[in-house]
Design a protein around this ligand. Structure first.
Ligand SMILES: O=C(O)CCC(=O)C(=O)O
Length: 406
């Protein structure tokens, strides 16, 4: 079947193609239909189809038995099921952890002062990760979000399962990024929700218990969105770009939140809380509780733990940030990170992903392509990249291969 890649059409205009129907299970903006042996994917913005692609139809996703790790913990197991046990190289190896290093801390209240801007530039260039203090998101709101998220994870399993994440899906309660029966699992429970624009929301997956959860998440998301926009303006300044560069380019930015809960694990040396990955976002804002330094960032081949600072937020540049690898042609890097577990303590994180609108075309800015730094990334549609990201398992920076010019 001829699929005219890149041509803007309405969803309706695809209906005469006699696709079997629309499978809306991924999310409201991506429609998957089948035509004979091909799977047709339409990435839509409301009624407009912004990108299409056709691929050989794959079998239905079977993810096998996925135990709820909080329930495993409650059972008081002394070991962990095989599906969680990592192969040797893939274990959180203590020898390769650089416990003394610290990611930079940026005082947002001091931006755009020259000294702090310089610190921010170095943080983006050398780490791709930093913590922010004085960031303008109220401490009470951070506390409230953390407490309500914890309350949600403490609900009985039957209650949480009212918001199920479909196999291979990315929204709801469960395990994201699982695509096969033999894939190793992370020691983590997740609640993931699309927030903005409204057409990515799946309201049925927003918990009604705890009672104030929804309203608090709304307020929290507005505040964190504002922080992302302020940070992007400062990051643009560090690249000598006009502060509005990203705002103008990203259009109606996409915002999603993932809440991760890592119960204590009887064999933390054998499992991964969250597999190493870089983020598909432009910028990510991570709130973590004070329990332990479970987040680790890869720096110079060693894993650096991110020690919680009270009411600070952890920021990292993602694959598609204009100030990250693709748009700066490799000058600022999105960095691999992972979460490890503890035998004694549980841990909670609330993670916001902020990314360009799906119909935005991304590619290195001309400013960053020179004879010394030839173009390393092709132009691509962000919706296409998002789709690629959420249908791939978390595996270091592999998803970014999508955009690389070999
Ligand atoms: O929980 C953490 O610290 C890591 C979370 C994370 O990297 C993610 O949700 O993508």
């Amino acid at each position: 079947m001829q699929v005219d890649h890149g041509q803007i059409r309405t969803k309706k205009s695809f209906l005469p193609l006699k696709l079997d129907g629309w499978d809306k299970s991924w999310s409201p903006y991506i429609y998957v239909g089948r035509h004979h042996t091909h799977k047709i994917i339409l990435i839509c913005k409301e009624d407009l189809v912004v990108t299409t692609c056709a691929m050989a139809a794959t079998a239905e996703i079977k993810i096998g038995q996925v135990d709820d790790v909080q329930e495993l913990h409650r059972m008081g197991l002394e070991t962990v099921p095989d599906r969680y046990i990592r192969d040797g190289d893939d274990r959180p190896d203590g020898d390769n952890v650089c416990a003394l290093a610290h990611i930079p801390v940026i005082d947002v209240g001091e931006l755009p002062g020259d000294d702090e801007l310089n610190k921010l530039r170095l943080a983006c260039e050398e780490w791709g990760f930093f913590q922010v203090v004085n960031h303008g998101v109220e401490e009470e709101l951070l506390d409230e979000m953390e407490n309500l998220t914890r309350e949600f994870f403490m609900l009985p399993l039957e209650e949480k399962e009212k918001y199920p994440m479909a196999p291979g899906g990315i929204q709801g309660y469960g395990h994201a990024f699982v695509f096969s029966e033999d894939q190793k699992l992370d020691w983590c429970n997740m609640l993931a929700l699309g927030v903005e624009p409204s057409f990515i929301r799946q309201p049925k997956l927003w918990p009604t218990s705890p009672a104030k959860f929804k309203e608090t998440l709304e307020r929290y998301s507005v505040e964190v969105r504002g922080l992302c926009q302020r940070l992007l303006a400062h990051i643009a300044r560090t690249l000598a770009l006009p502060p509005a560069t990203f705002r103008d380019m990203f259009g109606e930015a996409v915002q999603a939140v993932r809440m991760n809960f890592y119960p204590p694990c009887p064999r933390p040396e054998l499992v991964m809380g969250l597999s190493a990955h870089s983020d598909g976002s432009a910028v990510t804002v991570l709130q973590q509780d004070m329990s332990c330094a479970g987040l680790q960032v890869l720096k110079g081949g060693a894993w650096v733990p991110v020690h919680p600072v009270p009411h600070a937020l952890v920021i990292n540049v993602g694959d598609t940030l204009e100030a990250s690898q693709v748009l700066t042609n490799g000058r600022y890097r999105s960095v691999e990170h992972r979460a490890v577990t503890s035998a004694e303590q549980d841990r909670l994180s609330v993670v916001t992903f902020y990314a360009p609108a799906y119909d935005v075309e991304l590619g290195p800015l001309p400013e960053f392509v020179t004879d010394e730094a030839p173009c390393r990334y092709r132009r691509f549609n962000h919706g296409e990249y998002s789709r690629h990201y959420v249908t791939s398992r978390l595996e270091g920076k592999k998803t970014l291969e999508f955009a690389k010019i070999n």
